[in-house]
Design a protein around this ligand. Sequence first.
Ligand code: ATP
Length: 292
Amino acid sequence: MNNEPNVCIVGSINMDLTVKTDKMPMQGETVLGDTFFTNPGGKGANQAVAAARMGANVNFIGAVGEDAFGKTLLQNLTNEGVRKTGIETIPDVSTGTATIILSDNDNRIIVAPGANNHVTPELVEKYRDLIKSSDIVLMQLEVPMETIEFTTELAETNGVPIIMNPAPFQQLPEKVLKNISYMTPNEIELAAMKEDPLFDFIQEKLVVTRGDKGVSFVENGTEQDTDGYHVHVTDTTGAGDTFNGTLAGELARGAELAEAVNVANAAAALSVSKIGAQGGMPTKQDVQRFLQ
Ligand code: ATP
């Protein structure tokens, strides 16, 4: 087993801005809302925190804007032990944000990618050594497609396996699908993927998360199902991110796929029993205790 597992994430860093309201405003209407809060987010950053809490060395290639959110988010990653050599602060650009309007029966979200759109192939090229020296690369679809194409090709050329979490869902070009080692959709993303004529390319690489039903994956050409762990559900936000970050850390450590899936399934279950995306992510000790 590899005691120094290295994960490299090329992805998004956002500040989530959430306002709770009893009444969703209609077109042209202003309403008085309830509480407002900010939380670190972005699928890339969330998955980085999950992997770091599980004890992996995590390098991040990404970008924030030159603003207060950027400073706070960088500090948050430092506190979590994520290595920031590959993160640049882009002048005159805002940090990525997700503005979330939350009411009892309706959620509305606007993502403004901001600096995440500056995670370019040139930025990845600059930090290519972080990719070459990692045991696994983990990506999502919140950075530009040309960066996804470039990074997957770079990792493949250097023999570094790639986990692709296809969220938020977009169709991927054939050259990306051919280069990745594991594809981790949830059930909704899987349904969208099945419409793709290139679905055959990834069938053998699937690790499908199925909420409380657990995970299905393909190992040596055979589909296997792992049940979900029974937990008291408090907040499912970030379950998918916890799963992906943990899976990356475990595979980087040298675990077999079935073992890595089991640990990620447990970590994700623990995360839904607590509030918050990053706030609910367990540590390695939490997961070890849970699995004893
Ligand atoms: P989210 O968008 O809420 O972060 P997702 O839609 O990306 O999640 P899911 O398939 O819903 O992904 O959940 C990911 C994993 O989290 C599941 O495969 C499972 O391991 C765990 N999980 C999610 N919900 C539950 C639950 N209610 N009980 C136990 N485990 C859960």
